[in-house]
Design a protein around this ligand. Structure first.
Ligand SMILES: Nc1ncnc2c1ncn2[C@@H]1O[C@H](COP(=O)(O)OP(=O)(O)O)[C@@H](O)[C@H]1O
Ligand SMILES: [Mg+2]
Length: 373
């Protein structure tokens, strides 16, 4: 178990930034390995001077390039675009913490580089890209059968359960979405970008990006009131699981089912007892009961009332065993309407059939730090 000093730079007793992979002692006597420092020149060489042909993608935090180190190892080099809210020392402390978080379902941070105002992160390179490209894009790059999809849901749930419940102090990811679930050579999922949201002011970068583009992943209480708890990640996981089972992106509303969000449509099908209609038509064979269970677990995760959502360790249980889900306890999802429709927040109530909507813009988005479980 790693006992880190997330956000508390003062507990580090010493640093020697020029030397990689040393250990530093926290005041509690725990040791954390220091992040490897890559020189800027080394990364220039690895990425062919950040050439556009090496560019893999661009997201809320910056631009990602594929690089090859001198020893032949492939890496993903992320050049952070937004100004960090911290000074170099605090930034390095956060980065030390992130690079000490290791789990088979988390993308490994190999090191970093601070060069003038540039801050660059070096990650292990995941050759099968992210599931937005592999599964949800126009040009789906990989054929994912049911076993692979179920492994993606399970592995992502395990990675999140580790961040939420095993790591001390725990980490709320804040940005669980298809482009942050990367696939290794065996198509096992690895969550990317954990710990990063904390480095930046909330008013720029990924938060505003999400409101504009991928609002479908956001828990209602996060958008409306800025309440950021572990349960906001659980909500996003629910949306992601539906995407994996259905092969449809939550960012679209043109599924041939009217102008509905994926979660909204899933709830409607659930109420009609037709959840199987949601399964990706490209899936030729799949265990129907299991697929239905996965979709119901997704609905449990996305309930409008955050306290009713399961913890991620419970989600792994619900997904992995053929447990009977207590559907009497299942309440409707809350969701944010996407940019394709009027901007607002909707929570539909099953029993009264009333719809409550609030204008998103009238609620300031201020996130809190890691919140209690
Ligand atoms: N470690 C990695 N290995 C391979 N591809 C990656 C890696 N990290 C990110 N990518 C690719 O780069 C794209 C942009 O990533 P990122 O900057 O993290 O944006 P996002 O905001 O979508 O998370 C992702 O969609 C993914 O396909
Ligand atoms: Mg990412």
């Amino acid at each position: 178990m790693i006992c880190s000093c997330f956000g508390t730079s003062s507990v580090l007793q010493k640093r020697h930034d020029k030397h990689a992979n040393e250990s530093v002692q926290t005041e509690e006597g725990d040791s954390i390995a220091k992040t490897k420092n890559f020189t800027y020149n080394l990364l220039v060489g690895a990425t062919n001077n950040f050439h556009r042909s090496n560019k893999i993608g661009r997201g809320g935090f910056g631009t990602v390039y594929k690089g090859v180190l001198k020893n032949g190892r492939e890496v993903a080099v992320k050049v952070l675009s937004a100004e960090s809210k911290q000074g170099e020392r605090e930034f390095m402390t956060e980065i030390d913490t992130i690079s000490n978080v290791k789990h088979p379902n988390l993308t490994e941070l190999l090191g970093c580089c601070v060069h003038g105002r540039n801050r660059i992160l070096v990650y292990e390179y995941l050759e099968n890209s992210s599931i937005d490209r592999a599964l949800l894009g126009f040009r789906k790059s990989i054929k994912l059968d049911w076993e692979k999809r179920s492994a993606i849901c399970m592995g992502t749930a395990r990675g999140l359960a580790y961040l939420h419940e095993e790591l001390v102090p725990h980490i709320v990811h804040r940005d669980i979405k298809a482009s942050n679930i990367l696939l290794d050579e065996n198509l096992q999922p690895k969550i990317g970008d954990f710990g990063l949201a904390k480095l930046f002011p909330d008013n720029i970068t990924h938060i505003s990006t999400k409101i504009a583009g991928t609002a479908g992943y956001l828990a209602p209480e996060y958008v409306l009131g800025g309440q950021l708890t572990l349960k906001a990640d659980v909500y996003s996981f629910g949306v992601l699981a539906l995407e994996v089972v259905s092969g449809r992106s939550s960012g679209n509303t043109n599924y041939g089912c009217g102008d509905k969000l994926l979660m909204e449509w899933a709830w409607e099908l659930y109420e009609e007892g037709k959840l199987l209609d949601l399964v990706d038509p490209e899936l030729e064979e799949f265990p129907k009961d299991e697929a239905i269970r996965y979709m119901k677990v997704a609905l449990f995760c996305a309930q409008a009332n955050a306290s009713r959502r399961p913890m991620m360790s419970q989600v792994t249980e619900m997904l992995s065993r053929n447990v009977r889900l207590n559907e009497d306890q299942l309440t409707p999802p809350g969701f944010c309407e996407g940019s394709s429709r009027k901007s607002g927040m909707v929570s539909k109530n099953k029993s009264s059939d009333t719809t409550t909507s609030h204008q998103m813009s009238s609620y300031p988005i201020t996130t809190t730090e890691v919140a209690p479980r």
